[in-house]
Design a protein around this ligand. Sequence first.
Ligand code: ADP
Length: 482
Amino acid sequence: MAGVRVLENFIGGEWVEARGERAREVVSPVTGERLAEAPEASAEEISRAARAAREAQPRWAALSAWERAEVCHAVADLLEERKEELARQLSLEQGKPYRSEAIPDIEETAENFRVAAEDVKRLETAVIPSQDANKRIFTFREPNGVYACITPWNFPTVIPSELIAPAIAAGNAVVAKPSEWTPISMANLVQTMADAGLPGGVVNLVYGAGEVGERLVTDPAVDCVAFVGSHQTAERIVRSAGLRRTLIEASGNGPVIVCADADLRRAAKGAVFGGFYCSGQVCCATERVLVDRSVHEDFLRAVVEEARSWKLGDPFEEDTLVGPMNNEPTAAKMDRHLEDAVGKGASVVLGGGREEGRPTSLYYRPTVLDNVGTDTLINRDETFGPIVPLIPVSGDEEALAVANDSHLGLQAAVYTSSLRRAFAYLRNLRVGNVVINDSTDYWEALEPFGGAAGTRTGWGRVGGRYSLLEMTDLKTVVLDFG
Ligand code: ADP
C-alpha cells in the first residue's frame, strides 16, 4: 500500500505543517484503506489563514478583472491537464464511479473557473439619471472581502469551485474548509490553483469538522460565508455568522411528479438517474416520485427495467454506474428511512440493503420502493441515498399538495405532455428550480441555482453571473460636474 499522505494547511501561499494535536483519518469507501491524515486546524491556524486572506485581498482586488480572469483560466487549463489523476483520487476518496462521474466532475470544476473568468468581465452596472443636471450617478461592483467557503463531501471539487471560482474572479480572498470526509480532493484542487499561478493568500485551506467551521465563520477577519451542506448545519452557521453576509445552499427533497399524460419511459429514465447518480447523494437528487395512480403500474414496470441497468460495483470498473456511499452516517440514515417506509407499508421492489462481500459496508444496492406513504421519513426528509421511492397520488392537486408539504424547496421535476399543466406546476411548486420533462438532477454552470424563500433550503443563487452578484456589492457614486 502507498504511504498514508499527511495533509498540510495552505496558508499565505505555503503548505504549512499542522501544529494542532488532533488529526482525522481519511478512509476510502471503495477499498477501506487509509488514504490520508488530515489535521484538525487549531484556533491559531484558523486565524492565521483568515489573516493571510485579509492581507492578500486588497492587492488581488486591485488587479483588473481581465488579470484575475487569466489566472482562473490557467487553473481550468491545469485541471484539464491533470484530469485523470484528480478524478482517480476523487473516486477513491468519495466513492463515485471514475468514468461516468469523477471525470465529469473535474471537467465541471474547470468549467466553473472558466465561467467565472468570462462572466466577471461582463459585470456591467447601471448609470442612474440624476435630478440635478450637473450630476451623474453611477454604480460599480466591488468584492465583499474575505469569504469562508465551507463545503460538503458529495462533490468535493465541483462545489468548492462553484464558490471559490466566482469569489476570486470577483476579487475576494478565501479560506476554504472542506468536509472532513473528503479533504484530499480539496487539497488537490488548491495545489492545482497554486501551481496555476494564484498569488499567495488569495485562497487558504484548513481542515477539520464542525468545530473548525464554527471558528472560521466567527473569525474577525472573515467578512462573509458561502456554505453548501445540510440544512441543520446551515441553521447553525447562520446563527453564528451574525450580520456577516451569507450564501447558503442546503438540503433538498426533490419531488418528481409523473402526471397521467407523461412519457413514462422518459420519466422512468429521469427518476432513476436522479435517484442513483452519485448514489443519490446530491442536493437535487430524486428524493421521492409522486406518480399518478392511473399510470402507476406501467410506470413502476418502466422504473424497474431502467433501474436494473444501474450496476453497483467498484468505481474503477468501466460498467459500474453506482459506487459505494461515501460514509457510514449517511448509509445509516438510508437504513433508517428504508426501515421506516417498509414498517409503514411500502414494498421493496429492487435492492433494499447493503451488498455483502465488498471491501467496505458502504456498497448500497440501488433500491426501488413502491407504495410509500406520505407519513414517512422518505417523504418528509432528505434521504441522500440510492433510492427511487414511488408515492402514488390521485391527480394534480394531490401531487402538488404532497410536493409542497415540505420544509425543503430546492429543485422539482414534472413529467407531462401538456404545456398548460407544466405551467400550472411551475407557478405553484414551492421550489427554486423546476425541471420540465427531465431529471431533478439537472444542473449547468450558467443557471441560477438555489432554494425557494420560505423553505429551509437557504438563500442566494449560485451559477454564472448570479454567484458574482452574490459575492460583490454595489458602490454608488455621485459625480458633480457643476
Ligand atoms: P454534509 O453531510 O452534506 O457534508 P454537513 O452540513 O454535515 O453536510 O457538512 C457540510 C460542511 O459543514 C462540512 O464541511 C462540515 O464540516 C461543516 N460544518 C459542520 N458543522 C458546522 C458548524 N457548526 N459550523 C460551520 N461548519 C460546519
